[in-house]
Each structure stands twice: as C-alpha cells, then as structure tokens.
Write a protein that binds this ligand. Structure first.
Ligand SMILES: [Zn+2]
Ligand SMILES: [Zn+2]
Length: 268
C-alpha cells in the first residue's frame, strides 16, 4: 500500500500570513520541506483522500493527484473539512450543470451531526448539485474500496466526535489519527500496526494538546513498526526552531519515527 502525505501542517499552514520567523521565511523562499499545507493524506489504492483543509486544492495539485473517488473526514474542525466545497465540486461542469464525477463521501455519524451545523453548505452540495454521495459510517464499520478496507476508529467511546481511520490491504495495517489525540484513549487497542500516522504533538508545554513526549510514550506502548508525525504546527516550530526536530530524533533514537513533509510518499 502506498500513502502520500498530502499536507503535513497544522491548523494554520506554513508560512503563516504575515509571519517573518525563520521557518516561514524559508517556506516562502525555499518551499518544501519548510512549507506545509494543512493536514491530509492520500491512499492511492483507493483513490481516497483523508481530510480536506482549506488549502486542499493547492495540496492536491502539488502532489500531482489526478483522481479522487472518495473522501473521509476525521472530525469537524475547519483544518480537516473546510475545503469540502473544492473536492465536492471538482466533478461539476458549471455551464452544462452536469455532474461528471461523483465523490463518495464517508463521514462518521457523530462527526456529521456537528459538521452540518458548522458547514451548512455541505447540504447544498449534496442536495442541489449532487456532486457527492454521502455515507454515514459507524465506529469500526468496514468500508471496502478496491482491495482496501477502511474502518473509522472512535477516539473515546460511543459518543466520540473525533475519529481516526484504520487502513488495511489484508496484510499491512496503517492507523491514521492526525489531530486532537489527547482524547484518543482507544489507541492502545492497536498493537500490531505496520505504520502509525499520528499527530506530532506539542514541543512546548501547552496543556490543551498532547505533548510530543506523551506521543512517544504511546508509541513505546503499542510499538508500531514505524511512526510518521504529521499535523506539525508553525507556532511550535517558530518557538522551538527547525533544528529542534533533529534533536528529538537524536533524543529518541530508539524509536522508529520520522517527521512528515508535504508530498512525502510512504510505501508500507
Ligand atoms: Zn512563522
Ligand atoms: Zn487539526
């Protein structure tokens, strides 16, 4: 199975508007790996995107992705779904008012209940334009696309409104849990992962989000073959400095992890 890191950034893409920190400056002058669009991944075997932030068009183009048949949403936060219109409308011919390509949209039921309130335009896309077919999915429900299976994984029980997805080709298993993982208490159920793509966590001691150290603890607990850290916030690198990621690689050299960058390709 092949996975692309479509965007590796956090809730605010890098470079941040108006910011002249060294990371943002390099992001403007050099581009990758300093430049990061907000978080999403692409599963080529299913032609599926997971999450669509506001800058999804730019991300899809920079990754050279030509076909998107399915879109999965982890939770309602804008950096994971406010690019919906762009993906839901790419198969629509405005002048002939015809749908040339219908997107399959998979959203956990609890996520949709909130999403439809914070992003009501989704109803216009679904009901008036018909550019996507919505399937509400339940925790651990198996969705099969081509040879791949995809399962929503609730973060904290039946009332969860934040999900990850377990991707499998029958032999290899990948868990995607990009954001808000402080409340991800079911992670310990996934002990034989070939890859965990998960939220980087804060380098600073900000209490509202998971810390990098806590994420390392969890990795050591469930011991995936490899971990890719994504959702890397500009503000964290602004404070810590770009080189800090290298010091973390040295500090935790016994743990097999890498920091994601936009257009990164992972063969599992
Ligand atoms: Zn900056
Ligand atoms: Zn996020």
């Amino acid at each position: 199975m092949q996975i692309r890191i479509v965007g590796s950034g956090g809730s605010i893409p890098t470079p941040k508007i108006g910011c002249s920190c060294s990371v943002c400056t390099k992001a403007r002058e050099v581009g990758k790996p300093y430049k990061r669009n907000s978080n999403s991944i692409y599963l080529a075997d299913a032609k599926a995107i997971f999450d669509c932030p506001e800058d999804i068009s730019n991300s899809v183009n920079e990754n050279g992705i030509k076909e998107i048949d399915a879109l999965f949403i982890t939770h309602w936060h804008p950096d994971h779904c406010f690019g919906l219109r762009l993906l839901m409308q790419y198969g629509y011919d405005f002048y002939s008012e015809r749908v040339n390509h219908q997107l399959s949209l998979f959203i956990p039921e609890n996520v949709y209940k909130i999403l439809v309130k914070v992003y009501p335009a989704i109803k216009f896309q679904l009901e008036n334009l018909g550019t996507a077919k919505l399937t509400l999915v339940a925790d651990r429900e198996i969705i099969t696309i081509n040879e791949m299976t995809i399962q929503p994984i609730d973060f904290n029980g039946k009332d969860a409104d934040t999900f990850g997805f377990l991707l499998s080709d029958g032999s290899k298993n990948v868990l995607y849990s990009p954001c808000d993982t402080l409340g991800f208490i079911t992670y310990h159920e996934f002990k034989k992962l070939d890859l965990w793509i998960t939220e980087c966590g804060c380098f600073s001691d900000y209490k509202g989000e998971i810390s990098f150290e806590k994420t390392i603890q969890r990795i050591n607990e469930i011991n995936p073959a490899k971990t890719i850290f994504t959702h890397i916030e500009e503000e964290e690198l602004n404070m810590a400095g770009w080189e800090y990621m290298e010091t973390l690689k040295e500090k935790y050299c016994d743990t097999n992890f890498e920091f994601a960058y936009d257009t990164m390709i992972i063969d599992v």
